[in-house]
Design a protein around this ligand. Structure first.
Ligand SMILES: [Zn+2]
Length: 415
């Protein structure tokens, strides 16, 4: 029997199957050709759902009948196709902060189909959070925000894998950062925001930063290493003022001095989330040919300011600040680390360590190896130890001391 299976307005494929097969076999065969996920699809005939256990011969349907694949992301395929949806599905996004922006952004990127979301926050859920944070319910009061968000998000969108880190982002294992294609920042303090910008620049991870005060907000996309970083905007004499300051949007009730609204949070987070999608879909093209694909669009290369009260929306182009404490000539992340992949098999071979030395730092005086895993950092004192502990998915961080005493860092993802 022959069937035509279509995702309307997107694609139609021909599937030939033995009539003794079941509807589920037809679905799986069609999904393979359409390159969509069979678990997120149902087949419809004349608007009615087909029972997946029914035998095709018993359906009494005419040959070449068009069956519609009712796919979770059918409407998005119209814009970026199965290829783009696959990129979202395979992406890992790190949400720094599970407060107002974190909740909204988590909802958006989960609905758009991002496959893995890592969340970090050290604060607890309070009653006044519930009016602005969609995943927190009264039963979550007192729980860690990252854990409550990860659990409730996963329950609502079971196709998303979530992981929570309960604590300061400064002490989170480096592997979490290295695993992420993009970092979304909705942090509640400037000190952590500086740390995050530093880490993103050093390891070349795009960062989308957002903030809200009352009915005003701002969003800034940072594609390291060439873009102007979010910290460049602060003149050096203001660092002492911004470090330690709480963002009033997520501040505990006793420290809340400015209003906060679900509407401005929602608008800013929507822009933040779409910026993340642009990065996931287009950053590879951009790094190859310095152009963003037409389908996904180009991320903001300036700060977007939003004012819901007066309906004013404007952008401001940032100038690179050579005295920036992060990306300036003396900045903490003035150097970026080289990143590449390395097969576990070759690492475990007799000459694994020599190969790394020749490939990355042939003239170095000394190399020091660290293994970065989800449990944290572990120094590797010799090649034997490295071979014993390294696993696929971990990262090898190599510090190379050059003849002139300078240190260069490289990261190898073990595949
Ligand atoms: Zn900077």
């Amino acid at each position: 029997m022959r069937f035509q299976v279509s995702v309307p307005e997107y694609k139609q494929v021909d599937v030939k199957l033995n009539p003794a097969k079941k509807v589920i076999d037809l679905k799986n065969a069609a999904c393979r050709q359409l390159r969509i996920d069979p678990q997120l699809t149902k087949l419809l005939l004349n608007g009615k759902r087909l029972n997946e256990d029914s035998q095709l011969s018993r359906l009494k349907i005419a040959p070449s009948t068009v069956v519609v694949a009712d796919y979770l992301w059918a409407r998005q395929l119209l814009v970026w196709g199965a290829e783009g949806q696959k990129k979202l599905r395979e992406a890992t996004v790190f949400l720094a902060g599970a407060g107002a922006i974190g909740n909204e952004a988590a909802k958006n990127i989960a609905m758009l189909g991002v496959g893995r979301i890592l969340i970090a926050d050290r604060d607890r859920v309070e009653m006044s959070n519930i009016s602005r944070m969609i995943f927190f319910k009264p039963k979550d009061l007192g729980r860690n925000k990252a854990e409550a968000l990860a659990e409730n998000l996963q329950r609502q969108y079971p196709y998303v894998e979530t992981a929570a880190y309960r604590g300061k982002i400064e002490s989170m294992p480096l592997k979490f950062y290295l695993d992420s294609q993009v970092v979304l920042c909705g942090l509640d303090n400037a000190e952590s925001r500086i740390f995050l910008t530093q880490t993103c620049r050093k390891y070349s991870i795009p960062l989308i930063d957002a903030g809200i005060i009352g009915l005003t907000g701002r969003v800034h996309s940072y594609i390291p290493p060439d873009d102007t970083c979010p910290i460049c905007a602060f003149p050096p004499n203001q660092y002492s003022n911004i470090v330690g300051l709480k963002n009033p949007c997520d501040a505990p009730l006793e420290q809340a001095t400015v209003p906060s609204f679900a509407t401005s949070i929602s608008l800013v987070s929507a822009i933040l989330s779409q910026e993340a999608v642009k990065v996931i879909l287009g950053v590879e093209d951009h790094s190859k040919n310095k152009q963003w694909p037409e389908k996904s669009g180009e991320p903001l290369r300036s700060i977007l300011f939003l004012d819901l009260k007066n309906n004013r929306y404007s952008t401001m182009k940032l100038e690179r600040n050579t005295k920036c404490i992060v990306c300036g000539t003396e900045g903490t992340a003035k150097e970026t680390s080289f990143r590449d992949e390395f097969p576990l098999k070759r690492l475990k071979s007799t000459h694994g360590e020599d190969e790394i030395r020749k490939k990355l730092h042939p003239n170095a005086k000394q190399l020091t190896f660290f293994l970065e895993t989800s449990h944290g950092t572990r120094r590797m004192d010799n090649a034997m130890e490295m071979k014993k502990h390294a696993r696929v998915g971990d990262y090898l961080r190599i510090l190379a001391e050059q003849q002139n005493g300078e240190l260069h860092e490289s990261i190898l993802h073990i595949v």
